[in-house]
Design a protein around this ligand. Structure first.
Ligand code: DP6
Length: 326
């Protein structure tokens, strides 16, 4: 491996307490803290090579050359890395997801976490985990949480230096599994980046942000104590509050489809029958059903029977972003 090249891998993550809305859009300083779990096996692997022969940055995702918005977002991110490293060389970026693009599983978190580690290493920067997390955040807020391992909390902070994520428990702390029920593989109409600026147009966002610290405390403690009942309640509440904000913003954002609601109802029904599971939903119609490992085969089997569910993927808690040999 030459000195100007590095390859890194990072996992996607699922938020238990959600990030929705920024105090600062440019730096992605969030309105509230969030808590998540990395998703083992749902991985982006990215190689960055700074090359003085290049006349501009280039980007390939799954062997497909990219232009327009996605290249622009990566080039802006690389500008930040170049500025910190004091270099002006352009880079060749090659990225691969081991989960299909457009599978309905968000890839910006794993993508910008892997890019942050690969680009900063290739540029000769030696960043701490907190600095790497802050850097990844500027590409995609949720990417800050894909840098540390396992169960992760993003401290909202007040500025670039103080807004980063740290691990609150390693992956083997609690054998939670995310059973992802894929309801749609289509690209969402209003993605997260366009959605965050709408949060403050909802009269409910202020109440959501004010009450977030208490949900963060409850969720953090439930994870530490492996208290699934408390965890399930706060995770569903937090997802419902975020979707209430989305549905009451202008323009309104409604991400659910009929199958989304069918799954939410099924999960609540299972819980009353003694099957410990809870749901959480991001900016799309797919439903993440969280349970302890022994229940995941049964839950995955039940999910696939629900009309409108196209596919189910399962993932347990994953490790940190890491360098790999290309
Ligand atoms: C609903 O991190 O995808 O998934 O910073 O614009 O890339 P950008 O947004 P993103 O927002 C994630 C929103 C969410 C909740 C969460 O993951 O916390």
């Amino acid at each position: 491996m030459s000195k100007n090249t590095a390859t890194a891998a990072a996992y996607a993550n699922i938020a238990f307490i959600k990030y929705w809305g920024n105090r600062d859009e440019e730096f992605r300083i969030p309105a509230n803290g969030s808590i998540s779990m990395n998703l083992e096996g749902l991985e982006t692997k990215t190689t960055v090579e700074f090359d003085s022969q290049l006349a501009g940055d280039t980007l390939q995702i799954n062997q497909q050359p990219q232009s327009g918005g996605s290249l622009e977002r990566v080039a802006q991110f690389l500008n930040r890395v170049r500025e910190s490293a004091g270099i002006s060389t352009f880079a060749r970026v090659q990225s691969e997801n081991n989960f299909p693009m457009g599978s309905g599983i968000a890839s910006s978190a794993s993508a910008f976490a892997a890019l942050a580690l690969a680009a900063s290493t290739a540029a000769g920067l030696d960043l701490s985990e907190a600095q790497l997390s802050a850097l990844a955040r500027t590409g995609s807020g949720s990417a800050s949480r894909s840098i540390p391992a396992g169960f992760v909390e993003w401290l909202p902070g007040e500025d670039h230096q103080s807004s980063f994520a740290r691990s609150i428990a390693p992956p083997d702390h609690w054998s939670l599994v995310d059973c992802i029920a894929i309801v749609s593989k289509e690209h969402k109409k209003v993605g997260s980046t366009a959605g965050h600026p709408l949060a403050n147009t909802s009269p409910l966002q202020a109440a959501r942000v004010d009450s977030a610290p208490s949900r963060l405390d409850i969720c953090r403690r439930a994870i530490m104590e492996k208290d699934f009942d408390t965890f399930a309640q706060v995770v569903e509440l937090d997802s419902n509050i975020m979707h209430a904000v989305m549905m009451t913003s202008s323009p309104m954002l409604l991400y659910w489809q009929p199958a989304t609601i069918a799954i939410m109802q099924a999960v609540q029904d299972w819980r009353t029958k003694g099957i410990p599971a809870c749901y959480t939903i991001d900016a799309g119609p797919n439903v993440h059903v969280i349970c302890e490992k022994p229940y995941s085969p049964q839950i995955a089997q039940e999910l696939i029977k629900i009309p409108g569910v196209l596919d189910v993927r399962t993932a347990s808690a994953g490790g940190s972003a890491h360098l790999v040999s290309s």
